[in-house]
Design a protein around this ligand. Structure first.
Ligand code: F6P
Length: 374
């Protein structure tokens, strides 16, 4: 019996998505004789039943392309804006899965997608996922595809900022993506030789950062590169956020939860332009001129690196192998040179943050990088 497979990409796009679609598609169809359709724009395409047949032609010439040929969205099956209101569309997804006679659905995404995929698995669908995100924050996999490309782009940006910071004797504060995880800022900060690296996992003391820059000036280096993760917080703000998060988690009733959520939203709002604020504060505290560079979505665009193409192809083809073996309810994780299935139940909600004693943190400290703490 020919197996029928659906595939979709969800969440923020990430270099390597097309390589993964191609890897899974070529192995499933060319090697195993399955048939594959691709749903458009993430889970929304599954709700609308919008899909394309992923025959050979579709899969050719996409290995090197950035983005995703299927389109993506941040829509969640259980909370989707539909017909003007937010609704649980899970049952429609289940109906469409069966209407298309699917034997399995491949969901390619980051942390949010793993959680959404688990919900669909719990509705009885045969789900298998692949881990992608430039943030590298999905648990139980060594790495996610997209990270290596973004790391290269952010490192290249820091390299370029060095010469202009040096020429003008300036501080340049460069904001690096990563949501609540600091892998990208830490990796690019180390590879690019940033003088200061600030991470969400290590709340920073502004005085310590200013001291490090002043110390560099005293030793004749009157320029500095500060690599700041978009989720990094100074110690005072970090404790306010932590306190509100705890209140939300331990709320005894709906009102308490709502209040905590509103406080968190307010804190996020106040802190939306923190990189600009940090730059101004450092300018005042050090007497050096400071400029801000926000790398933003540049980090997610363009051609995937060789390492990401390789990883995405390895995981994509392993995914087809697992479908052939009827092995579902898992994410295909990278472990060394292997691709191993890990239960979705263990992956969902398992966010991989930078441990404060991680070897990358130690290495940064050993080369004299300021991490915003004494
Ligand atoms: O999860 C990937 C990511 O690029 C994060 O680093 C960032 O916080 C977020 O997506 C940005 O989301 P959007 O593209 O929806 O603005």
């Amino acid at each position: 019996m020919t197996k029928h497979i659906g595939i979709l990409t969800a969440g923020g796009d990430s270099p390597g998505l097309n390589a993964a679609i191609r890897g899974a598609g070529k192995a499933a169809q060319g090697h195993y004789g399955m048939q594959m359709i691709g749903f458009l724009d993430g889970f929304r395409g599954l709700v609308d039943n919008r899909f394309t047949r992923l025959d050979g032609e579709f899969l050719s010439g996409i290995l090197t392309r950035g983005g995703t040929i299927l389109g993506t969205s941040r829509d969640k099956p259980h909370r989707m804006l539909f017909g003007g209101k937010t609704q649980d569309m899970t049952d429609v997804i289940v109906e469409n899965y069966h209407a298309n006679h699917l034997d399995a659905l491949i969901c390619i995404g980051g942390g949010g997608t793993q959680k959404n995929a688990l919900k669909l698995m719990e509705k009885g669908l045969n789900i298998i996922t692949l881990p992608k995100t430039i943030d590298n924050d999905v648990g139980l996999t060594d790495v996610t595809f997209g990270f290596d490309t973004a790391l290269g782009i952010a490192t290249d940006a820091i390299d370029r900022l060095h010469s202009t910071a040096h020429s003008h004797h300036r501080i340049i504060v460069v904001e690096i993506m990563g949501h609540r995880a600091g892998w990208l800022a830490l990796g690019a900060g180390i590879a690019g030789g940033a003088d200061v690296i600030l991470l969400p996992e290590i709340p920073y003391d502004l005085e310590v950062v200013a001291d490090a820059i002043r110390e560099r000036s005293r030793s004749g280096k009157n320029f500095s590169i500060v690599a700041v993760a978009e989720g990094a917080l100074p110690t005072d703000k970090a404790s306010l956020v932590h306190e509100a998060e705890q209140r939300k988690l331990n709320a005894a009733n709906k009102k308490e939860k709502k209040d905590a959520k509103e406080d968190l939203a307010q804190l996020n709002l106040e802190y939306a332009n923190h990189t600009v604020l940090l730059s101004k504060q450092l300018e005042q505290m050090t007497g050096l001129e400071s400029r801000v560079t926000i790398l933003g979505h540049l980090q997610r665009g363009g051609t995937p690196s060789a390492a990401d193409r390789l990883l995405a192809t390895r995981l994509g083809t392993a995914c087809a192998d697992l479908i052939e073996q009827d092995h579902f309810g898992v994410m295909v994780a990278a472990r060394g040179d292997d691709a191993v299935p890990v239960p979705l139940k263990e992956v969902a909600g398992n966010k991989k943050l930078v441990p404060t004693d991680h070897t990358w943190v130690t290495s940064a400290q050993r080369v004299g990088t300021c991490l915003g703490i004494r």
